[in-house]
Design a protein around this ligand. Structure first.
Ligand code: PEP
Ligand code: MN
Length: 339
């Protein structure tokens, strides 16, 4: 939509119209009481490239179409998309996936212990960090490729597909070899080169919302992955920065129904990093299930006090079965069963 200034002359309006028509868009001139608006229906990119803002008589150009394309629910005619990860359905409105495990792989015993516990309680996937994005460069950064091997062992033992973070494109092949779902961490949501690398691997990608990213930005980041040909992208709301510091981040629950309206992609919630405190994790998980999330990704440890990373927010493995039952009950209110 091109909005003309109040004083725009008929010649100026005509000049804009001619320019638009040359790009092949359909033009509708709408004279108003004070200003004239000109609607351009067609390729928004072609119109943007005309640089109409600089023409005499033009006040502003207002894009009406959405900035994200492949992630948009318009693309799927408002049908939710779904796909399988090692036989577990993600998205589609009938299943709820529980992705659980430690923040970080610390040892084979620790990872296998948690994996068995969450599997027995009904988790559908195992999470665990091998390469950790730490705020301080002096904090524990994960066991790297050794951790990937431990995760693969845990998958072998439990049958649970593995979700782990791709932090750097140089680890892409190793992750492709050992994992089932690539996680893109919040701090890398706008690392566009990394998003393209992840999209090229042909594996499902779990894309976390950036700490200070809008939902439009999240969906445009998803477009970077989708344009490489991967159809399996899972969005993750994990809390955003606000003025509130009582919780580690602020879980944006409104994001879930908003995303359900605007994208066909499945949406999961990470209550652990949003809360920073295990006592809040269960109520926030119930809320996430109740507002329509397709799943949860949650941190669990057998001995959180001894965890090398994010212990205070980790659920006790011994309490995970109760947790899974409660969250599953809330998901079933919306007609979803645990995947
Ligand atoms: C994680 O899942 O362990 C993690 C680091 O999450 P985020 O990128 O959301 O901070
Ligand atoms: Mn963590």
């Amino acid at each position: 939509m091109i909005v003309m200034t109040p004083g725009a002359s008929a010649d100026e309006i005509g000049a804009v119209r001619t320019r638009l028509e040359k790009t092949g868009v359909h033009v509708v001139v709408m004279p108003g009481e004070l200003t004239t608006a000109i609607g351009a229906i067609g390729d928004p990119q072609g119109v943007a490239e005309l640089g109409l803002e600089g023409l005499p008589g033009v006040d502003r150009v207002v894009p009406i179409s959405r900035p994200y394309k492949l992630a948009s629910s318009e693309l799927s005619h408002h049908e939710p998309s779904s796909f399988d990860v090692a036989g577990r359905r993600v998205g589609g409105g009938e299943t709820f996936c529980l992705i659980a495990g430690p923040c970080t792989v610390e040892s084979s015993e620790q990872t296998l212990g948690v994996a068995e516990a969450v599997k027995a309680a009904g988790a559908s996937m195992l999470r665990g960090g091998a390469f950790k994005p730490r705020t301080s460069p002096f904090a524990f950064k994960g066991l790297g490729v050794d951790a990937l091997k431990i995760l693969a062992e845990a998958r072998e033992a439990t049958g649970l597909p593995v979700v782990t973070e791709l932090l750097d494109s140089q680890h892409a092949d190793a992750i492709h070899e050992h994992a089932d779902v690539i996680q893109i961490g919040a701090r890398n949501m706008q690392n566009y080169a990394l998003l393209e690398v992840a999209g090229k691997l042909g594996m499902p990608v779990l894309l976390k919302r950036g700490l200070s990213s809008s939902l439009d930005e999240l969906l445009m980041a998803a477009d970077y992955i989708l344009k490489e040909g991967t159809e399996a992208v899972i969005l993750c709301e994990r809390g955003i920065r606000t003025f509130e510091t009582a919780t580690r981040f602020t879980l944006d629950l409104g994001a879930i129904p908003w995303l359900k309206l605007h994208t066909h992609l499945p949406v999961v919630v990470d209550p652990s990093h949003a809360a920073g405190d295990r006592r809040l994790v269960e109520p926030m998980s119930r809320a996430a299930a109740a507002v329509g999330a397709d799943g949860i990704i949650v941190e669990v440890h057998e001995d959180p006090e001894a965890a090398l990373c994010d212990g205070p927010q980790a659920l006790y493995a011994s309490q995970f079965a109760d947790y899974a039952r409660d969250v599953g009950a809330h998901a079933s209110l919306l007609g979803k069963r645990l995947a």
